[in-house]
Design a protein around this ligand. Structure first.
Ligand code: PRT
Ligand code: ZN
Length: 286
């Protein structure tokens, strides 16, 4: 029987769409007919299981799934023996403590003695202990943000991304407990045939993630500006320089990191670059 790598994804929620997009960007096709809870890819030995995110670390640790995509916050909270293999760059958020806007707050000591509502009791208790704060933790599974207004708690510890949920519930963020993003987790000690499939999958994921951080750039420049421009655009190895039909001019092709993008563009223009084109890269293998 063919060996399949089993990948657990969130069934429906904030991670679902981006997780599926990532696997598809790796060139792996699968068809999730009728919201089935498992399906097999057509062109890669991969089986996908759709689960609640909270269950993914446990299923991976127990070997029901070999790998999974889940928020780092859930991995850290569940404390199951799984390895973080790749940081995937989506579903970024932070686990933060917030208090009612009217509560004065000058620092951690103000948390002393409070009742804090959270769905992350392990992460919160670690944070309080590390900071020498005694507070009581009230574990609730959802709608944490309303706990203070209904008198259930003095503060909350919940996930925040834009901050608008806290704002609309009259809360202010005062401490960051952890920063999180989606991660690929795996179980240690995969059998060799599965480990080889996982290596192949990770190779593709890395190529997709790398490509997301880079753009392909093409520009024209007078030949006397080329040395300076090549310095500004180190590229993967070194830029490609091709002569244009018009004598005295060349075209330069390279890649540029998204993070330095605007600064590089300014410098290129100052160095004499013209007709700059920037295009997305689909996969990048270095
Ligand atoms: O049904 P299942 O158990 O699978 O899903 P779930 O409801 O437990 O999780 P889901 O889909 O809400 O979130 C899955 C993961 O997405 C989380 O574990 C985080 O890793 C990540 N993530 C990223 C977030 C957020 N951003 C986020 N903003 N998870 C939840 N939120 C919630 C937060 O709890 C709060 O209610 O969004 C609200 C705050 O958002 P802002 O934008 O108003 O600050
Ligand atoms: Zn959940």
């Amino acid at each position: 029987m063919e060996t399949l790598l089993r990948l657990a994804l969130q069934k429906s929620g904030r991670l679902s769409e981006a997780s599926v997009q990532l696997i598809e960007a790796c060139g792996i096709h699968f068809n999730r007919a009728n919201h089935r809870l498992r399906c097999q890819a057509d062109n890669f030995p991969l089986e996908i299981l759709y689960l609640r995110d909270d269950d993914i670390p446990g299923y991976v640790a127990d070997g029901v799934a070999d790998v999974g995509v889940v928020g780092e916050n859930v991995v850290a909270e569940k404390r199951r023996p799984v390895e973080v293999l790749e940081r995937l760059g989506f579903a970024r958020c932070r686990l933060a403590i917030a208090v009612p806007r009217s509560t004065p707050y000058d620092g951690l000591a103000d948390l002393e003695g409070l009742h804090i509502a959270t769905s992350y009791p392990n992460l919160l208790s670690d944070f309080l202990r590390e900071n020498g704060i005694e507070a009581s933790i009230h574990e609730i599974s959802g709608s944490v943000e309303i706990a203070p207004s209904i008198g259930l708690a003095d503060a909350v510890c919940d996930l925040v991304s834009s901050g608008s949920t806290l704002l609309s519930n009259g809360l202010k963020e005062v401490e960051t407990v952890m920063r999180s993003e989606a991660v690929l987790i795996g179980r240690p000690d995969l059998p060799p045939e599965k480990a080889a499939l996982l290596d192949a999958l990770r190779f593709r994921i890395q190529a997709v993630l790398k490509a997301q951080n880079f753009k392909y750039i093409l520009l024209n420049a007078p030949n006397e500006a080329i040395d300076r421009i090549v310095e500004l655009l180190p590229g993967m190895k070194s830029p490609t320089v091709l002569p244009l039909a018009e004598s005295g001019w060349s075209s330069v092709h390279s890649v540029v990191n998204e993070n330095d993008f605007w600064e590089v563009i300014e410098n290129l223009r100052a160095a004499g670059a013209q007709g700059i084109l920037v295009v997305p890269i689909e996969k990048m293998i270095v």
